[in-house]
Design a protein around this ligand. Structure first.
Ligand SMILES: N[C@@H](CCC(=O)N[C@@H](CS)C(=O)NCC(=O)O)C(=O)O
Length: 208
């Protein structure tokens, strides 16, 4: 079978998610670190977003679709459970993170630090202060979610955890989110436990 190609830059949270799926299932893959909106990406994703995937003559976009394809096509641990309730809980947490929290934590909070838009090249303090309470609220919500079973979807590791971990990796390292995470004891313990997995270690982006 042809080798899987994951296309997207290593620092991208969603690209890391797709790579972690390959790592968890021991799927041989190559990373092609092209940026969003590059011609090869835009030929596969209608809005030019990363990651996109190529497997032989099959091309696919959207991280969740890529994860589902890889989980169904390759042997190894099932990352999207077959039990209907576990599968639904996995979907639920992917949806909550991708449709709400990614907007708060990554697109609004994190990107203000990483790609500062202030006229002096500094992060926009007003924008960060405005989103900081929501950052804390959402990290607290995740803290409560993992407190019971130790994972997002019940008591076992699923794609929902893979989908969240690259975001938490950034949250640990920025001021307001780092303070909120340190105070969120269950979430911190969850992060430390899952960060030790080879799939996470092997996909660490290069230092900025
Ligand atoms: N729903 C998409 C979101 C992917 C996404 O937002 N990727 C970011 C990088 S982490 C991106 O391509 N941003 C560029 C843009 O939105 O134009 C997925 O799950 O793959």
């Amino acid at each position: 079978m042809e080798k899987v190609e994951i296309i997207g830059p290593a620092p991208s949270t969603y690209t890391r998610v797709a790579r972690m799926v390959c790592e968890e299932k021991a799927i041989p893959y190559d990373l092609k670190p092209l940026p969003p909106h590059s011609p090869e990406v835009s030929a596969i994703h209608p809005f030019g977003k990363v990651p996109v995937m190529r497997h032989g003559d099959f091309e696919l976009c959207e991280s969740k679709a890529i994860a589902t394809y890889l989980d169904l096509s390759f042997p190894g641990p099932k990352l999207i459970p077959t039990d209907p309730r576990q599968a639904a809980l996995t979907e639920q947490w992917v949806s909550l993170v991708n449709t709400k929290m990614d907007g708060t934590l990554v697109r609004t909070y994190l990107l203000n630090y990483i790609f500062p838009k202030g006229s002096d090249g500094a992060p926009d303090r007003k924008a960060i202060d405005a989103v900081a309470p929501a950052v804390k609220e959402e990290l607290d919500l995740l803290d409560r979610a993992v407190a019971k079973g130790g994972f997002l979807a019940g008591d076992s590791f699923t794609f929902a955890d893979i989908n969240l971990m690259p975001i938490l990796a950034y949250m640990k390292n920025f001021p307001e989110s780092g303070t909120a995470m340190a105070a969120a004891k269950s979430l911190s313990a969850y992060y430390d436990r899952l960060a030790a997995r080879p799939s996470f270690q092997n996909t660490t982006p290069p230092r900025r």
